[in-house]
Design a binder for this molecule. Structure first.
Ligand code: SF4
Length: 492
């Protein structure tokens, strides 16, 4: 059995979840949820599930694996109903086992509910201890189960009120969808860290999903993003919006724009493909270089590489092919095999690289493991220089709002200076886009984003237990050199 937590060849930060909520009187809600989840698969590949309300009860199916592995025709036929919530998961809180897969199903005397959550709570331990002291029993270890059990506590007051009361207790990032046998509800934390969009589907159907890319495959139309702290309710009366909590400080995750969300999705009204092209353009302005060819790390680096090429005037060319069918390389967690994993996933095209001074454009550097291997591949394929250009500013601090980036000690930019990272990568030069350059590419004021992993300014205060890693002082220069040297000798 493959270990879902084994380190993979992919050194990107990991998004943890995609959610979809469907209200479809004339259709099979489970089938609509399935196709919406399919479009959200990039947000989590470890487990998938759909819960369906048929007017009198809620049924659910969930399992470990990709959406296409978890569901088939027969399973979908066994989930009849007009209201559904679906979920794809990459675990952050709670081990990645089936009992933590979502949706989370809860029974109550007045009816069942199912909840799908994207984000991460920061008061999980406190809430769980409090609820256990009151006799609440938990099946799993995820923060999402706490949300579900808080809602079900007050479900006799109706789903909207139950959600509003739960929101008063929750701290952290949450974009959620909930279904009862008859009603669909969506809600978003007062900082709006994770995206959530509501829209219509045909005459009398509705869809609520993490990203707009989930709408087109089911012929739905995005209406608008939920505001931070907002609730949306869909029932036989139609769709209505209500205020759950006042907006605190809009703090949409900047990484959604840089890497997580699909390039054909829109956030803050901006098509992310265009945002990423503009990030590449700004990168070329901030870090120009004399070179022969601009090469993206496929696929996520493509729009930014096109932008870099446009502004610099250096021709764009694909320099390596990505294997489309290795979704994730489950390789045993040792360094040598991890390096092999990159080669399995990316095949350089020497004819495009030989004798060339290459600008290599990628979205982010976390541990620097993957980038280092790609730089080496390019040199082995005949590149004479490799200038690495990155659209995410240096990641210095961990994320507590639902993104798995590894611990602070493993973050390359937290333990090395930029020249040291460049040396570690074996690159000719290294340039990161500034926070200003990344935010300007979106075209919104900087105070509308969470930038915590770049600048340590956490929009939702992190409690001391969690804070420990976030606020460790960076090592002094002497220590940094020692760490860099250790890392070099380990990796080479
Ligand atoms: S800390 Fe970074 S990854 Fe986490 S929500 Fe903020 S910007 Fe996004």
């Amino acid at each position: 059995m493959q270990d879902p937590h084994a380190p993979t060849a992919d050194d990107h930060p990991k998004e943890e979840c995609g959610v979809a909520g469907v209200y479809s009187p004339g259709q099979d809600a489970a089938r609509v949820a399935f196709f919406s989840l399919f479009a959200l698969q990039h947000r989590g590949q470890e487990s998938a599930g759909i819960a369906v309300g048929d007017g009198s009860r809620v049924r659910m199916h969930k399992d470990m694996g990709l959406v296409s592995q978890v569901f088939n025709e027969e399973i979908l036929r066994g989930l009849p109903g007009h209201v559904a919530v679906g979920h794809t998961r990459y675990s952050t809180t709670g081990a990645s086992v089936l009992r933590n897969a979502q949706p989370i199903f809860c029974q109550s005397l007045v009816g069942d509910i199912a909840v799908a959550h994207n984000g991460n709570l920061i008061n999980t331990a406190e809430l769980r201890a409090e609820m256990e002291a009151k006799g609440v029993r938990f099946d799993g270890s995820s923060d999402s189960e706490i949300i579900a059990r808080l809602i079900v506590e007050n479900i006799d007051q109706g789903p909207e009120k139950a959600v509003a009361l739960a929101m008063e207790r929750l701290k952290g990032a949450y974009s959620c969808v909930v279904c009862t046998p008859r009603v669909l509800v969506g809600f978003r934390d007062p900082n709006g860290v994770r995206p959530l969009v509501a829209g219509t589907m045909g005459e009398d159907g509705y869809l609520i999903a993490s990203e707009t890319c989930a709408f087109a495959p089911v012929a739905a139309t995005p209406l608008r993003e939920l505001e931070p702290g907002e609730i949306v309710v869909v029932d036989e009366q139609g769709m209505r919006f209500a205020r759950g909590l006042p907006t605190v400080r809009p703090s949409m995750c900047l990484f959604e724009f840089i890497y997580f969300a699909r390039p054909d999705s829109r956030i803050y009204g901006r098509l992310l493909y265009g945002v990423r092209e503009r990030m590449g353009e700004n990168l070329a302005r901030e870090h120009p270089v004399d070179a022969d060819v601009v090469v993206p790390v496929p696929d996520s680096g493509i729009p930014a590489a096109l932008g870099y090429s446009r502004v610099s005037g250096i021709p764009y060319r694909e320099g390596m092919m990505k294997s489309r069918y290795i979704h994730r390389t489950f390789i045993q967690p040792d360094q040598r095999l991890r390096e092999l994993g990159v080669r399995m996933k990316l095949t350089p095209m020497a004819e495009h690289l030989e004798g060339k001074r290459v600008v290599l454009v990628d979205d982010s550097i976390v541990r620097a493991t993957t980038t280092k291997q790609i730089v080496r591949l390019l040199f082995e394929s005949g590149a004479t220089e490799v200038h690495v250009r990155i659209t995410a500013p240096p990641i210095m601090f961990p994320c507590f709002y639902g993104i798995d980036m590894c611990s602070k000690g493993e973050l390359a930019a937290a333990r090395m200076t930029i020249p040291q990272i460049c040396e570690h990568l074996g690159a000719t030069s290294l340039g990161y886009l500034s926070i200003h350059g990344a935010v300007a590419a979106v075209g919104q004021p900087a105070n509308r984003f969470c930038l915590a992993c770049f600048n340590g300014d956490y929009p939702i205060p992190v409690p001391p237990g969690l804070e420990k890693h976030a606020f460790e002082k960076p090592p002094d220069v002497g220590q940094m050199a020692a760490v860099a040297k250790d890392q070099l000798s380990l990796d080479l």
